[in-house]
Design a protein around this ligand. Structure first.
Ligand SMILES: NC(=O)c1ccc[n+]([C@@H]2O[C@H](COP(=O)([O-])OP(=O)(O)OC[C@H]3O[C@@H](n4cnc5c(N)ncnc54)[C@H](OP(=O)(O)O)[C@@H]3O)[C@@H](O)[C@H]2O)c1
Length: 288
């Protein structure tokens, strides 16, 4: 596999690059986000994953600005809230993100979850496409989309491109889903990989619930790493973009120290045998 480093980027279908490691800020209190984002950037992360629903877009952006790192070297993601998926709300949220962050553009705007029915999902997507055309957003994507939601979006993009011209339906760059050895989502991953859509892995640390797992502990001991670092390395070697979250400075650092070892093929395969455990909140399987 190609050598990975903290400054490695993947190219998205939009043509823009995305850093392979993201820093998640779900459940990070707004009054803490600026400080922890600055710390993450200081130790090498360049990519922050926020959302309207996290109520910390503004403070995350403040941390990014306070870091002193030029805007073009940073990557900021946010998301249309799951329960507000329609055209009008999405237009409003895009403008509001720019207003409260003070940014001229968002690197990546996602639809947070496939809620609201087909018409509203497509309406929200259209708002993202218009955001790109207006220069407010660089790349767009979805989150928590199962294969049937992806098929629905792809069919709409193809039909719109056919009627209005290539690119008019928008370019799907990313699907962000929960992904780790216990939730490998091969169907969704294969769909994305077949089309060059970047797969972002959320909850890549399984929310710290597997730190004593017998699959991880021997590997951690072999490589002199922690179970969290083994999980993140698995994610990187699968070609995903993991988005670990931590508000603890030592863990923010630990989660970025994953480039000085490589899991062997048989170890990757063993980790791939993690058993599927659907979480209580799994929008990818909704038939809405
Ligand atoms: N699109 C979506 O629907 C969606 C859903 C969930 C998450 N996400 C994104 O993915 C990011 C990560 O997911 P997540 O927050 O659910 O879970 P996660 O990153 O798997 O786990 C975070 C938890 O693990 C702890 N932790 C972090 N590093 C650790 C380490 N090295 N050792 C031990 N414990 C550690 C954190 O504690 P401390 O913070 O106390 O250190 C926190 O409790 C989110 O922040 C968000 O950006 C997206």
């Amino acid at each position: 596999m190609a050598k990975l480093a903290i400054n490695t980027n993947y190219r998205m279908p939009s043509g823009y690059e995305i850093p392979v490691l993201g820093y998640g800020v779900y459940q990070t209190p707004a009054d803490q986000a600026s400080d922890v984002v600055q710390h993450a950037l200081k130790v090498g992360y360049r990519h922050v994953d926020s959302a309207v629903a996290y109520h910390n877009e503004q403070s995350s952006a403040e941390g990014m600005k306070a870091s002193g790192i030029p805007r073009e070297e940073l990557f900021f993601t946010t998301k249309i809230p799951p329960r507000q998926m329609n055209y009008e709300n999405s237009k409003r949220h895009i403008d509001n993100t720019l207003k409260i962050t003070g940014y001229d553009y968002v690197d990546l705007y996602l639809l947070h979850a496939p809620y609201g029915g087909k018409e509203n999902r497509i309406g929200a997507w259209k708002a993202l496409v218009e955001g790109v055309a207006a220069g407010k957003i660089r790349s767009i994507g979805v989150s928590n989309y199962g294969v049937h939601h992806l098929d629905e979006l792809e069919a709409w993009i193809k039909s719109t491109d056919g009627k209005e011209g290539q690119g008019k339906g928008g370019v799907l760059s990313v699907n962000q889903i929960e992904l780790h050895p216990w939730l490998a989502r091969k169907d969704i991953v294969d769909w994305c990989k077949d089309r060059g859509v970047v797969v972002e892995a959320y909850s890549p640390l399984v929310r710290a619930t597997k730190t004593n797992d017998p699959l991880l502990v021997p590997l951690a001991s072999k490589y002199g790493k922690t179970p969290s670092q083994i999980l993140l390395r698995w994610s990187l070697q699968k070609g995903f973009v993991p988005l670990p979250k931590s508000v603890t400075k030592s863990r923010i650092e630990e989660n970025a120290q994953i480039y000085d070892f490589e899991l062997a093929d048989d170890e990757m395969q063993k980790l791939d045998t993690g058993v599927y455990e659907p979480c209580a909140w799994d929008p990818t399987v909704s038939s809405d």
